[in-house]
Ligand binder design. Sequence first.
Ligand code: F6R
Length: 369
Amino acid sequence: EKGGYDYFMLKEIAEQPKAVADTLLGRIGTDGRLTLDEVRIEDRVLRAVDKVVIVACGTAFHAGMIAKYAIEHWTRVPCEVELASEFRYRDPILDQQTLVIAISQSGETMDTLMALRHAREQGAKVLAICNTNGSTIPRESDAVLYTHAGPEVAVASTKAFLTQLVACYLVALYLGQVRGTKWGDEINEVIRQLADAPRQVQQVLGTMEPVRELARSLAGASSVLFLGRHVGYPVALEGALKLKELAYMHAEGFAAGELKHGPIALIEPGLPVVVVVPSPRGRSVLHDKIVSNIQEIRARGARTIVIAEEGDEAVAPYADHLIRIPVAPTLLQPLVSTVPLQVFACELATAKGHEVDQPRNLAKSVTVE
Ligand code: F6R
C-alpha cells in the first residue's frame, strides 16, 4: 500500500504533482475562467463580502497565511488569518458580509470546527477547504471546496498542504472573477501558471538528490533556522514545523525583516539557515532585501542553504548550498519552494532513525483541544 516507498510520507510527497492536478481538474475552463460549482454561496453574496477571515491550525494555517497575500492582492478585500485556537476564544468582529474560510485536511480538527461554529453563529458565511469527503467541517459549513489530494496517511502534511494552496488560489481568483476586480493580463497569466503547477512540482521532485544528501549531512545539527519574506515567510514557518515534528529538532521560521529585531543574535558559526528567496523578476525589492539578509547572516558565520529560482545569479555568491526551483509568479512560488523543505525534513529525520509516518506525541487529526 506504500506503493514501493519505505514510508507513506515519501509516497505522498511523490504524489504531489497528481494531487495538485486533481485539485485543479475541471475548475479552470478553456477560456481561463473558473467554475467552482461546489461553492454554493451566491455570487451576489460573494460580491457583498467586505472581509475574509481564514481559520486553521498547523500546516493548514500556513496555507491560510499564503492565501492572505493572494486574496488581498487579487481581490482587494481585506483578509485576516488566524489560528483557530485563538480565534474561537476571543471576540472576533464578524457579520453577514464576512466570508470565513476554514482550512482543514481531516475536516475533524476540533479548534477549526469550533471556530467555524462561532463564525456562523454571528451570521458569517463559512467556506470549508477540506480534503476529507463528508467530514464534520464541510458538513457544518455553507459551502466546501474539496482538495482532491487523496487519503493522506503520514502524520506530517505534505500533499494536503500543496492542494490547500491550490484551493486557496482558486478561491482568491474566483472571488476576483465574481467581483470583477483586477481581472486582466496578470490574472490570466496566473491562471495559466497555476495550470502548469503539476509539471513544475514534478520538475522539483526530480532534482531532490542534493537536498537529501545535504539533509543527511545535517543530522547532527542542534538547530536550523528558516527565513523568508512575503509568501516565503509562511513557507519558512512550514519548513520549520516539518523539521520539528519529524526530526524533533529545534527549528524556527522567521520573517527575514525581523532578523535585526532579535533573531540575528542566534546566528553563530556553522548554524544552518535555510532562506527562501522570492523571484527576482516579481517584486524585485523583496529579492534585494533578502539578498542583503543572506549577506548579513553569512557574515556572522551561518551556513546558508538558499532556495532560489533558476537563473537567479545574484544569490549564488552567498549560498553555501543552492537549491534551484522553477520560475513561478511571486504568489505561486510556495507550490514549488515548499517541496525541498518537505524532502529535507523527511530525509533528515530518517537519517536520525525516526519513524517519519508516526512522529512521537502526534496524531493525524486533533479532535481534542
Ligand atoms: C503538520 C500537520 C498539522 C495539521 C493540523 C491541522 O504536518 O499535519 O499541523 O496541519 O493539525 O490539521 P487539519 O488540516 O486536519 O485540520
